[in-house]
Design a protein around this ligand. Structure first.
Ligand code: ZN
Length: 302
């Protein structure tokens, strides 16, 4: 079985071809041009799908996408302003009608979790939480070996746990949410507010490794906010594992160890004793693998 896979985000659309064993046979990306809107993005995905159809004997198309996605009907239930006009877009039907192939769609963080469960850091785990840290903070919940998506495909929005009531305004319409304090963007904003100038995170981590005091102070505060958010989830779900993904997870142990230390000091000992925390193994490719896994689990989009 050969599946064309797409990962639709606000900045870029990654794509590839994956077989039923989870091997990625090719992958590449193109800019999303999100400002053109949700319908334009799907048109671009259709154009790329047709190219891939010429080169590969495809059995279907699997989509991982930003936004809250009805993973049965393949419809965008809700999307933020990052992709204008995306809410309500019928991903599955539109691409299916245009290509004649079976199509499935699933939320991107759920795909990260599925990809890591299938081939990565969460292999063998039945109850785990996947957290992606980037522009925002996303969450996916795995319970008894299955994704738990809630009554309307919107569970796991852990970026919107309230951390500071009345705090910074959030994209969800409320204020004081976790992602306003503990996302990668929030870290960059804190750096700017504290140091008075902008700094790429690569440089920040270089300085941190060199022992810079101000950077260390900032990082500790950021980790403290992140683990205060995670503490609530751990006590509610009692997971065996937290998988940390998103761009910042490239920092590896330099991210993992302070999270472990800080979180274990905040949660009840019985929760701490049974909890493992790992960095996602597949970085950018986890969503492509997860989309393919969802397609296979759906019986090939039938
Ligand atoms: Zn929020």
């Amino acid at each position: 079985m050969l599946i064309a896979v797409f990962d639709i985000g606000g900045t870029s659309i990654k794509y590839g071809v994956v077989d039923e064993a989870g091997s990625i046979l090719m992958d590449d990306s193109f800019p999303s041009q999100a400002h053109l809107g949700g319908e334009a993005i799907i048109k671009n995905v259709i154009a790329k799908s047709r190219e891939l159809q010429h080169e590969w004997n495809l059995d279907g198309i699997a989509i991982s996408s930003a936004g809250q996605i009805d993973n049965q009907e393949g419809v965008v239930v809700h999307a933020t302003g990052n992709i204008p006009g995306y809410t309500g877009v019928q991903i599955k039907k539109t691409i299916q009608d245009a290509t004649g192939l079976n199509v499935t769609a699933e939320n991107d963080v759920n795909c990260t979790a599925l990809g890591e469960y299938w081939k990565g850091a969460a292999m063998g785990a039945e109850d785990f939480l996947c957290v992606t840290i980037g522009t925002g903070i996303g969450g996916a919940i795995f319970t008894d070996g299955k994704l738990s998506t809630g009554s309307r495909f919107s569970a796991g929005e852990i970026g919107h746990i309230n951390l500071y009531p009345g705090g910074k305004a959030c994209t969800c319409g409320d204020s004081g949410c976790l992602e306003q304090y503990a996302s990668s963007s929030a870290l960059q904003e804190m750096i700017f507010e504290t140091l008075g100038y902008k700094m790429e995170l690569k440089e920040f981590f270089d300085r941190l490794r060199a022992g810079d005091e101000k950077c260390t102070w900032l990082y500790n505060r950021w980790i403290d906010d992140l683990t205060t958010g995670l503490k609530s989830i751990v006590h509610i779900l009692n997971p065996e594992l937290i998988v940390i993904g998103g761009g910042i997870s490239a920092q590896g142990d330099f991210l993992l160890n302070p999270i472990k230390k800080s979180l274990s000091s905040k949660i009840m000992p019985n929760h701490a004793a049974s909890l493992d925390i790992r960095i996602a193994q597949h970085a950018n490719q986890a969503n492509l693998l997860g989309a393919a896994k969802h397609f296979i689990d759906c019986g090939g989009g039938e």
